[in-house]
Design a protein around this ligand. Structure first.
Ligand code: SAM
Length: 288
């Protein structure tokens, strides 16, 4: 039995216990919990139970999913310290963020460590939707890449990205870039591309291919997909985008359950050389 259920066992009715979520997110000193409508009148008791968890000083209620292109979370502090800026530790990396302003998915923890283990010394990596550095920081810290370009559009996330580069002492290798990846991502430079903007990642596959070196490289492609279409739809999309280039699917995995019947998956695909040599003419453009 999870902590929340055990803590609330004597306080809630059996029907209310059925509604209780199995867990909560513990990000730095903040506990974030999603409660169904039928339990909202019990939010105070749930918050008091969460404030007893070691390291929790703030309890926030998730009031909706992440919103819009900038993936802004919808959370509201309901108990404890009103400060939602925190430092979260994961795999020896430090992530400073404001839990109420930028997204951070604990469900991706294994994937972040996994990708960092795949990076070979000297590789150039482009993290196309970098957020606060969820992939760039562990890659820079645990692998020995030549360079990691971390592209981020949301100025708030970008500020934390830069702060996290500093906190983790990886400024010699991570190049934070502020702007729309379609415009500012460097072309023709990468051995490896991480690309994940669920719901629309496929629209950026042509960009990911242009970001790779003309000789090709590996892409880690994230998608939210109905469970019955995994891994067929994402692989098909990669093959279509790369038509005319060789493609080798190196791996397929479910990162997490995204919603009932919908998975967040990642495909590791090795893309062969570009048909045309024109990519050699692309220049590296980035803003720091
Ligand atoms: C789903 S989050 C992923 C963050 C991180 N890579 C992770 O795995 O947790 C997507 C991020 O991409 C940013 N973003 C959205 N559109 C973008 C664009 N066109 N160019 C660059 N970044 C963008 C959002 O602000 C958000 O921080």
């Amino acid at each position: 039995m999870g902590y929340l259920r055990a803590a609330m066992r004597d306080l809630l009715t059996r029907e209310e216990l059925e509604l209780l979520p199995a867990g909560f997110d513990h990000i730095g000193h903040v506990a974030v919990v999603a409660l169904p409508r039928g339990l909202l009148q019990r939010a105070g008791e749930v918050a008091r139970a969460l404030l007893r968890v070691k390291g929790v000083r703030t309890v926030a209620l998730r009031t909706g999913g992440v919103a819009g292109r900038l993936r802004e979370p919808r959370v509201e502090v309901i108990a404890g310290d009103p400060v939602t800026e925190t430092v979260h530790r994961e795999n020896t990396c430090l992530f400073k963020l404001d839990v109420a302003r930028v997204m951070f998915s604990l469900g991706n923890v294994f994937e972040r460590a996994r990708v960092a283990r795949l990076v070979r010394p000297g590789e150039v990596v482009v993290d196309v939707f970098a957020g606060i550095g969820q992939f760039s920081i562990p890659i820079a810290k645990h692998a020995r890449p030549g360079e990691v370009y971390a592209i981020e559009l949301n100025p708030v996330a970008y500020r934390y990205l830069r702060e996290n580069v500093r906190l983790n002492r990886v400024g010699h290798v991570v190049r934070p870039v502020l702007g729309d990846c379609a415009r500012v991502a460097p072309r023709g430079v990468a051995d490896r591309v991480v690309i994940g903007m669920l719901h629309v990642t496929h629209e950026y596959l042509p960009l990911a291919l242009r970001v790779l070196k003309p000789g090709g490289g590996v892409i880690h492609y994230h998608e939210s997909v109905p469970s019955k279409l995994r891994f067929e739809r994402p692989v098909k999309r990669i093959l279509e985008a790369a038509s005319g280039r060789g493609v080798e699917i190196l791996g397929e995995r479910v990162v997490k359950r995204y919603a009932p019947g919908v998975d967040h998956i990642v495909i590791d695909a090795k893309i062969g050389p570009a048909e045309h040599e024109s990519q050699k003419n692309f220049t590296v453009t980035y803003v720091t």
